[in-house]
Every structure is written in C-alpha cells, then in structure tokens.
Design a protein around this ligand. Structure first.
Ligand SMILES: CC(C)(COP(=O)(O)OP(=O)(O)OC[C@H]1O[C@@H](n2cnc3c(N)ncnc32)[C@H](O)[C@@H]1O)[C@@H](O)C(=O)NCCC(=O)NCCS
Ligand SMILES: Nc1ncnc2c1ncn2[C@@H]1O[C@H](COP(=O)(O)OP(=O)(O)OP(=O)(O)O)[C@@H](O)[C@H]1O
Length: 467
C-alpha cells in the first residue's frame, strides 16, 4: 500500500505561501498568548506530495500518541488543527518553559516510530531565538535511509526520492501494524480463527479458477466438501502449531520453525488421507501453521501487535529460501521438483517461502488494511480483498498452471479492471469474476497463492477484531 497515493503534487508557490501563512499564524498566537509556549506539529516529508487520505489518518494517529505528553502542562488554548494541500498541521498553546517543552518534543520525536517524519517547532513570544537540538544535548537528526547526518545527506543528494518514499512507506506500515493489537487468546480461539480462515476462503464466491460452493473452478479433483474435510483434518495440526509456539522457550526461532515443519510434514499426510491424495491446503499447512505458531509465541507473555508477530515470523524463517531452494539444496531429480522449486530455478521467484521470510508483507501491509477499509457484506469484502491480493503477488500456483511468469502481469490487469468496474459491489464486477472463472477453467488456471494469502488475512482479521 502506498501512503502517498491520491496525494497532490505541490508547486513551489504553494509551499512558499504556506510557509508565509504559518509564520503569520504563529506570530498571531504568540501575540495573543505572550506567556504561553506554542508548539507547531506537521509532517516532514521529502518531495512534492505533502498529504493524502492515508497520510491524514496517520497524522491523526500520531497526534493521539502526542496528546499525553502535554498532560503535565496546562492547555491554554484548544489545539487548532488545519488541513491544507501542504499537509495537516496542529498548533498547541500550553504553559511551561521553552526549554522544557522543546526537550519533551525531541524526546517524543526520538522515541516514536514516526518521530523522524515530524516537524516539531517550539516557540514563545519572549524567547529571542529558537533553541537547537544540539544546544539541548540531542544529537543532530539522522538520515532516514542511512543513519548519517540528515543535513549532509540532503546537501549531497545521497538518496533518490523513490528511495525516500519506499523507506517512509515502510515506516508507516510498521507504525500501523504496531497499532493492530493482538490480544492474548486461548488456544481454541486461535485455532478456531485459523479454521475460520480456511472455511471462509473456500465458501467465498465467485472466485476465478478456485473451488467454491458453486464452481470447482479449474480443479477436477476437488469440491468444497474436499476442502471442508481437509480443514477438519488439520485441526490437530493447528493445535500442535499453537502448542509449539506457546511452549517454546528462548529465542532460537529457526529451531521453533523446524519443530513446526516436522509437524507440518505429518499434517500433510493427514490432509492427503482426508482428501484421497488431493492437495487442498499444502500452502496453508505451511503459511497458516507458521502464523499460528508465531501468534502463540508472541502472545506467551500477553497482548502484542502485528509488528512483533511479523518479526517472529521473519526470525523463524530466516534463510528459508537459501536453505530450501539454494542450488545445493534442491531435490536431485528434475521430476521430483515442485512448482515452487522449478520457478525459483527458472525465474528466481521465491514464492511462498520468500513471503514467509519477509513476514508475509502482502498480508500485513496490503491485504489486512485493505480488508479493514472494505464496506458491504462479508462476501463482497472478501472478494475485493482476494482480487487485491491477486493483483499484487507472484503466485507460483498460477504461474505453474499458466506455464509462464508473464501471467502475473495479466493477473494485475484483470485485478485493476475488476476494481475499475466497481469490484464486488456492482453486477458488472460480479459478471467479470464469473467470466474470468470460465476463462480460468478453460485455460486450467487457478490462483491458489492468492487464496492462501486470503486465508492468512482472515485469520489475522479475526485476531485483531476486524472480522
Ligand atoms: C513451502 C511449501 C509450501 C512447499 O512449496 P512448494 O515448492 O512445494 O510449492 P509451491 O511453491 O508451488 O506453492 C506452495 C503453495 O504456496 C501457495 N503460494 C504460491 N505462491 C504464493 C505467494 N506468493 N504467497 C503465498 N502463497 C503462495 C500456493 O497456493 C501453493 O499451494 C511447503 O509445503 C513445504 O515446505 N513443503 C515441504 C514439506 C514441508 O516442510 N511441509 C510442512 C510445511 S510447514
Ligand atoms: N479454494 C481453493 N481452490 C483451489 N485451490 C486452493 C483454494 N484455496 C487454496 N488453494 C491452494 O491452491 C493449491 C491447489 O492448487 P493446485 O491444484 O494447482 O496445486 P497442486 O496440487 O500443487 O497442483 P496439481 O493439482 O497440479 O498437483 C492448494 O495447495 C492450496 O494451497
């Protein structure tokens, strides 16, 4: 998800006009409240885009975190919030001395996940000059990308705007994940959430190429009942995955993953036994098992958030692509290789292993926030989320069936078209999905990877209370 999406590019005149307006407004506040301290807060973003719908909501969340730091100061005037094309700004008028308030602000800036994206100015009528960070004993601001002195990096033009935007998007995703709280839950609550993911996914329709209650899609060997049998056969494994995470002590998380993997290999056998040898949830055994174990481990000590759970997942699966797919580790005979292994050799696509190593960013950064924003009934919300995922991943399942990685570009186009005609809310959008299903059946295509990502998204949405 790009937080700058929908933002308007500013020209120099607009920036200069805003600066003039701010100076004038700050002077008015100081003249009206000569003994007060004025604190102005705005986003400090590089480049021509200073606001967007998503940036405005992030700014509001930051201010919610900032408000408590004023609790020991007297609020002399209700904070004034302005929202302009040059970005959201807020002005606090409080008691206190300039130095104290400046120290409080810099401490907030240094400690908050997004402190570096804020421009916090503190001033008062009687002060003859602004106090600098260095005068207050704080180190100069560091560059967001390389940690060197920010002023030096800007002067030397060490980084491109694209690099800056990418780093800022990463920081904003991490901030929003830190706000997605996962309460401590019982084992059966977590396992039920996982089963809900599998059962909701297969019940959703119409899904292009995939199995749902109306159409078996491009799968001649499976029906919705096969998936129900498969899901129920995996309940013992999901309980074991929870126990592995809940009982694991220490920080050797690759060891915790290897315990899970052994359980997962056994679970695959249970799945194949329940489905007469048909692969229904091989991907989910891997991905959902990792998530259940990570949630159980992260919440051992109490409430946590999606950012800490994502870190556990990445720590569990570090070097997984190298260990599983590296040239010396691949299975020997060609015909023994799986789709994922063949595609890694041919296209260097890391598939689900690569996603796991990164902590499932498609689920955490894109699909879950997208699902939370969706309106309408559950089927509509989940269909839109499935198509959003499908347009943003390299699905090794789809690529295997298409026989060519260029299918990912086609899938991006189909996903964009779906949303352009109203997505799941319009008859045209639903007709588009049914037509796509027919075309997928004809071409034997299926987007199993998107479906697996949806299962994970539903699981997490249940845990954070969004579903
Ligand atoms: C890593 C796994 C999924 C094997 O992958 P493999 O190379 O066999 O298959 P492949 O990569 O083609 O896809 C596996 C599954 O991932 C899903 N998938 C494909 N692309 C993606 C993606 N971009 N994001 C998420 N899921 C995806 C597909 O639906 C598919 O079902 C796992 O089954 C495994 O590790 N198997 C070895 C035995 C084992 O350890 N099993 C227990 C795992 S806990
Ligand atoms: N509703 C669904 N319908 C079909 N596949 C799904 C569904 N939900 C998830 N999947 C994923 O897609 C995979 C099934 O796709 P596919 O049949 O292509 O896999 P495969 O068994 O590896 O391939 P093949 O059938 O050629 O052996 C499952 O392993 C699962 O991860």
């Amino acid at each position: 998800m790009d937080y700058f999406e929908g933002g308007e590019r500013l020209n120099l005149m607009q920036v200069l006009d805003n600066r003039e307006w701010r100076e004038k407004y700050q002077k008015q506040l100081m003249a009206s409240f000569p003994t007060a301290v004025i604190t102005s807060v705005k986003l400090n973003l590089p480049g021509p885009i200073k606001t967007s719908p998503k940036l405005q909501s992030v700014f509001q969340n930051i201010i919610n975190d900032l408000n408590p730091v004023f609790k020991d100061l007297q609020i002399i005037k209700e904070a004034s919030f302005v929202d302009q094309i040059t970005g959201p700004e807020i002005f606090f008028v409080t008691s206190g001395c300039l130095k104290l308030v400046k120290q409080i602000m810099i401490t907030f800036e240094e400690s908050h996940l997004l402190g570096r994206l804020l421009d916090l100015d503190v001033m008062c009528q009687n002060a003859d000059k602004q106090l600098s960070r260095e005068e207050l004993g704080f180190a100069p601001r560091k560059c967001l990308l390389c940690g060197k002195d920010a002023k030096t990096c800007i002067k030397e033009g060490n980084h491109s705007l694209a690099e800056g935007y990418s780093q800022i998007n990463k920081m904003l995703h991490n901030f929003e994940k830190s706000k997605m709280i996962v309460p401590q839950m019982t084992q059966s609550q977590v396992v039920d959430a996982a089963l809900t993911g599998m059962l909701y996914e297969v019940s959703l329709g119409p899904k292009p190429g995939l199995v749902d209650p109306i159409s078996n899609g491009a799968h001649k060997d499976m029906t919705v009942f096969t998936f129900i049998d498969s899901s129920l056969s995996l309940q013992p494994y999901l309980n074991e995955a929870y126990r592995i995470g809940n009982q694991f002590k220490g920080t050797d998380l690759p060891r915790m993953f290897s315990l899970l993997r052994n359980a997962g290999i056994r679970a695959e056998k249970d799945m194949f036994a329940a489905t007469n040898g048909v692969n229904t949830h091989k991907g989910a055994v891997f991905s959902l098992g990792i998530m259940v174990t990570a949630v159980a481990y992260a919440t051992q000590k109490g409430i946590t958030n999606l950012l800490t759970i994502q870190k556990v997942i990445s720590d569990m699966t570090q070097d997984l692509v190298k260990n599983d797919l590296g040239k010396n580790n691949l299975r020997n005979s060609q015909n023994q290789q799986t789709a994922g292994e063949r595609q890694f050799i041919k296209y260097k696509i890391p598939g689900v292993r690569g996603e796991a190593e990164k902590g499932f960013p498609i689920v955490m950064n894109l699909a879950l926030p997208f699902l939370c924003e969706q309106q309408g009934n559950l089927n509509q919300r989940l269909l839109n989320t499935l198509m959003k995922i499908a347009g943003n991943i390299d699905d090794t399942n789809l690529i295997k069936r298409a026989g060519n990685a260029t299918i990912s570009k086609d899938m991006q186009h189909w996903s964009m078209t779906f949303f352009q005609i109203g997505g799941s809310y319009t008859p045209e959008g639903l007709k588009f999905l049914n037509d796509l299903d027919q075309m997928f059946i004809k071409r034997n295509l299926s987007m199993g990877g998107a479906a697996d990502n949806l299962i994970l998204t539903i699981f997490l949405a249940r845990l954070v209370g969004s579903l």
